[in-house]
Design a protein around this ligand. Structure first.
Ligand code: ADE
Length: 393
């Protein structure tokens, strides 16, 4: 029996047997302090959007610095022109109506600004933001605990939303569509269900794998936008802005050199900038120039195109081990002893974008550019044929 319950009732019952949760009863996390989510008021200074599950975090200092470098307003945000423009319109319209912004799904490779945009939406709307990630929400109760604490208009940010367990995802459907959840108490013939109303909120989902989101969930986002790699010009602007915020002197050649090695990704540009700043302080007079950047990044294992040791090993595996491909990702991962997820999220997107590999129905192939870049000759058709004969591998 479904009975309309008050929000208070729902919260009071959270310690009981919440269902359907195959893992059994689940206690809601303390919003704002628990590991499953972090809450902050947009613009309160204490940004809560940093993932705490070993996903992003480096040193506390670096995290704070990263947050300081993040743009807080749409007007400060560099790049993603159309995405920023359409979010700006959605925000302005919602404000005029006194409404929450429609649910937003942001997808694209890591480091392009999905989390930053979620925080900006909250800041521009002058509402709070609660942040969590798909894998942190293990049970329905984890989600309900957060949803029932949301205030009117709040932004609820779920990073890696494609990793949301299916049972949790099912709770989300009615929450985002009707701003209500059904909570079931007890089991079997004693089961009772309460429908609890929620405040109207904005769900912002972020994912590196849009393809892994189920269509019922995807369809519930009114705004769906892909973030793309940044251009050189945009990256140069990011580096100049960050250098100014960090008060690091950098000449124009230094800016270009850092941007060139940043794989189209502002997070990498900022990380590189910090490493080069340290190097310039310790080994030079503190000024970032092209030669200083080149020296510093050689030490960091980042080459002139921004390729890392892992990128190069990936390409060498395809070219040397698998004669240029096509080869399946699992086979490459096995040789490299890496998780396929790491390769899909962190390595492949830039190699594809920069034209070093191709993704074909039969697997990954190294391009002429990759062969030329690594100075490795292409395997001839004859050699390739021979390698398939018994005893040739
Ligand atoms: N820092 C990191 N990403 C940025 C962006 N998109 N715009 C401005 N500064 C940034």
């Amino acid at each position: 029996m479904a009975r309309e319950g008050t929000k208070k009732q729902a919260q009071a019952g959270q310690g009981d047997a919440l269902q359907p949760t195959p893992g059994g009863p689940s206690k809601p996390p303390k919003v704002g302090t628990g590991p499953a989510s972090e809450r902050c008021r947009a613009g309160s200074g204490g940004e809560g959007g940093v993932k705490g599950q070993g996903l992003l975090i480096k040193g506390k200092e670096e995290v704070e610095e990263a947050l300081n470098l993040r743009p807080r307003r749409l007007a400060e945000y560099i790049g993603q022109g159309q995405v920023v423009e359409s979010l700006g319109i959605a925000i302005e319209a919602a404000k005029k109506r006194g409404d929450a912004v429609d649910h937003v799904l942001l997808y694209g490779p890591p480091g392009l600004g999905k989390t930053t945009l979620a925080h900006i939406i909250a800041k521009e709307m002058d509402v709070g933001i609660v942040t969590t990630s798909g894998p942190a929400l293990e049970k329905g109760g984890d989600l309900i605990g957060i949803l029932t604490h949301l205030k009117k208009g709040d932004v609820f940010f779920i990073d890696e939303i494609h990793r949301l367990p299916r049972t949790v995802e099912e709770y989300l459907y009615s929450a985002v569509e009707d701003f209500a959840i059904s909570i079931v108490f007890d089991k079997g013939s004693h089961a009772r269900s309460y429908r609890s109303r929620l405040e109207k909120f904005t769900l912002v989902g972020a994912t590196t794998r849009a393809g892994l989101i189920s269509s019922p969930l995807r369809e519930r986002f009114g705004i769906q936008r892909a973030l793309d790699f940044y251009t050189m010009e945009e990256l140069c602007r990011v580096v100049r802005r960050s250098a100014a915020l960090l008060q690091v002197p950098v000449d124009e050649e230094g800016v270009v050199e850092i941007a060139r090695r940043s794989r189209g990704t502002p997070r990498i540009a900022n990380r590189i900038l910090r490493r080069v700043r340290d190097y310039a302080q310790v080994r030079h007079a503190g000024v970032i120039t092209r030669p200083v950047t080149q020296e510093a990044l050689e030490l960091e294992g980042i080459d002139g195109e921004g390729l890392t040791t892992l990128d190069k090993k990936f390409l060498e595996t395809v070219i040397i081990h698998y004669k240029g491909g096509p080869v399946g990702l699992e086979a490459i991962a096995a040789v490299l002893q890496e998780e396929t997820d790491t390769l899909v999220d962190m390595v492949e997107p830039f190699l594809l974008k920069a034209g070093f590999i191709l993704r074909t129905p039969k697997g990954r192939k190294a391009t002429d550019k990759a062969h030329g870049y690594l100075g490795l000759p292409k395997t001839s058709a004859e050699e390739r044929q021979l390698s398939f004969l018994p005893g040739q591998r």
